[in-house]
Design a protein around this ligand. Structure first.
Ligand SMILES: [Zn+2]
Length: 462
């Protein structure tokens, strides 16, 4: 009898067009994610940081001509590293150097600010883009001091090392989406490199689905002496920087203040850590950045791109933005002794696994809407996206931090959830590929959409 049922079930499933049995489970465990996590080598990142520190200072206003000192030498070295990596994958990386000549509050004379960016084109949907970034420039106590030694080992050679390690590991594989590895400049002078990257992405017509901005990711011993090797913070804005007044009004009434695309990207990263990393967890922080401070992801958010800031769990401020000195027995300055390479390795693993998961997933669903006021059921609708074999509808209590309930919708574009009252939950939809990669969950309407411009989602349920 049991055998007979199995045969009938299998026959029924195989008769469904485009739906294989495996797709019924969301975010199927992927061996590739375990493989890439195992390929991360903290020792390579140590060599990267030693090299970046060796340029003395990487201040944005520093020497650009010397081959051994200053930001120019540092960015040429990064470009050379990308070329070396590309030579191991048949030239799979295209290296570009988007730049702008900037004058500003922290840039007294016109200065060329140059990012070094490697692009690994996707094989399925190359216009969909996943970006990992860190900033190459460094500083000491006086932000205008461009001559003193500013090793910037942790802020942010650690982030650039994670970018390079991601390129080394991921260039050995192919992905549906395009992966971009970005070493930015001008962060300390006013997030200049972040703006140049965001402008470049916009000019290229990229649909940036995620920017993972790694800034200060290599220290595991906090200012207070607390040592934390098991936790990394992922900062995400709750509501979109680009939200219009009309969108804000609707969102304030119906909810969505903790469900921007960036926030659901952070939830996605948290899920990756839980499933693929050991002794390492994501602490989601419901803020755009650390209190009163900023990072390059802010410029991506201003362009409407989903972005998070990744930073170590416990910062040591004696090691950030400090002249190298000993005062009262305390060592100040951002030297390489402050970097915990095993910890940095864990952060790199988190980034790399996340990029694989996003890069192989279908695009996030578009046009997500919900309806069901004064009814016992909730209807969730969305539009089909390329590469999706099916969709999973998620919901959670309005006070829950993570998505808790879900239902497989197959390759439909709407589902009715019987007995689920719309008032009592937040809803979302993910897309799932034929081989079980699942996109982040998309909250309905402009508040949650991953597409900043031209999202066809109507503002109200129709
Ligand atoms: Zn920084």
């Amino acid at each position: 009898m049991a055998r007979f049922s199995f045969v009938v079930l299998a026959a029924a499933i195989s008769a469904l067009p485009g739906i294989a049995f495996a797709q019924v489970s969301a975010a199927q465990e992927q061996q590739l994610l375990h493989d890439v996590v195992a390929q991360v080598r903290p020792e390579r990142m140590r060599q990267d940081i030693e090299m970046m520190v060796s340029f003395g200072t990487r201040h944005t206003l520093s020497d650009t001509v010397s081959d051994i000192r200053g930001i120019g030498a540092a960015r040429r070295w990064v470009a050379h590293e990308f070329q070396t990596i590309s030579s191991t994958c048949g030239g799979c990386l295209e290296i570009v150097t988007p730049s702008d000549t900037v004058t500003g509050a922290r840039v007294p004379t016109p200065t060329e600010v140059v990012n070094v960016v490697a692009i690994q084109r996707g094989t399925g949907d190359p216009n969909r883009v996943i970006i990992i970034s860190g900033h190459l420039d460094s500083r000491v106590t006086d932000v205008m001091n461009f001559t003193a030694d500013a090793p910037g080992a942790n802020d942010d050679a650690s982030g650039v090392a994670a970018v390079l390690e991601a390129a080394r590991v991921l260039s050995q594989h192919q992905f549906e989406a395009t992966l971009v590895y970005a070493a930015l400049s001008g962060e300390e002078q006013g997030l200049l490199g972040g703006k140049i990257l965001a402008d470049y992405a916009q000019a290229q017509g990229w649909r940036v689905e995620a920017n993972l901005n790694n800034d200060i990711v290599g220290n595991s011993e906090g200012q207070s002496g607390v040592r934390d090797t098991t936790r990394v913070r992922v900062f995400s804005e709750g509501t979109k920087t680009v939200e219009t007044e009309a969108q804000e009004e609707r969102r304030r009434y119906n909810g969505g203040e903790v469900d921007s695309s960036s926030r659901n990207l952070a939830r996605f990263i948290d899920g990756i850590a839980d499933r693929y990393l050991t002794n390492f967890d994501v602490e989601m922080i419901y803020r755009t950045d650390r209190y009163g401070r900023g990072g390059d992801q802010v410029e991506m958010l201003r362009h409407g791109f989903p972005a998070v800031r990744i930073s170590e769990g416990a910062e040591n401020y004696d090691r950030q933005h400090q002249d190298l000195r000993i005062e009262g027995g305390v060592h100040y300055g951002d030297t390489i002794e402050g970097v915990d390479f095993d910890y940095l390795g864990q952060v790199a693993r988190l980034n790399i696994a996340t990029m694989v998961a996003l890069g192989n997933a279908p695009a996030t669903p578009l046009g997500v809407t919900i309806e069901g006021a004064v009814r016992a059921d909730t209807t969730v609708k969305w539009q089909a996206v390329p590469g999706a074999a099916g969709y999973r509808v998620w919901w959670r209590s309005t006070t829950a931090p993570q998505w808790t309930h879900s239902r497989w919708a197959g390759n439909a574009t709407e589902i009715v959830l019987p007995g689920v009252v719309i008032d009592d939950y937040f809803f979302g939809v993910s897309s799932v590929s034929a081989d079980g990669y699942e996109s982040p969950v998309v909250f309905p309407g402009p508040a949650g959409s991953f597409v900043s411009v031209g999202d066809p989602a109507p503002r109200t349920a129709q």
